[in-house]
Write a protein of this length. Structure first.
Length: 121
């Protein structure tokens, strides 16, 4: 059995400026999965940099409210929302609330630096 606590995962600033803690990654956890799972946080009033992945991604919102933008489409999101982000689309998320926006990121196949392009603000 493999169990990893969020408290044991160091927080770092990702390329899109979100604050990430990587929970599961097949290269780092030495487990037989093809996806990666990260816990993300965007402080109130902040927006992640526009970026795109070559792979698919899902955001699952845990806390807070925000505006998810994929290409030219934007939608309000909050706790319990799951957002599918198709490969190659430009994405960003804005925290529109007064507290942190907290969500899980599932990337399939697992995230790797070569698959991400940061486009800026």
């Amino acid at each position: 059995m493999f169990v990893r606590s969020l408290a044991d995962c160091a927080e770092f600033v990702a390329g899109d400026d979100s604050l990430l803690r990587e929970l599961l990654h097949p290269d780092k956890a030495k487990i037989d999965i093809r996806y990666s799972l990260a816990h993300a946080r965007v402080p109130s009033g902040e927006t992640t940099k526009r970026h795109r992945l070559a792979t698919s991604e899902v955001y699952y919102i845990i806390e807070g409210t925000g505006k998810m933008t994929i290409d030219d489409e934007s939608r309000e999101v909050g706790p319990g929302c799951a957002v599918y982000i198709p490969p190659g689309t430009v994405q960003s998320i804005q925290n529109t609330g007064i507290s942190d926006l907290v969500f899980l990121c599932i990337v399939d196949p697992a995230w790797c630096p070569e698959d991400e392009e940061i486009l800026g603000d």
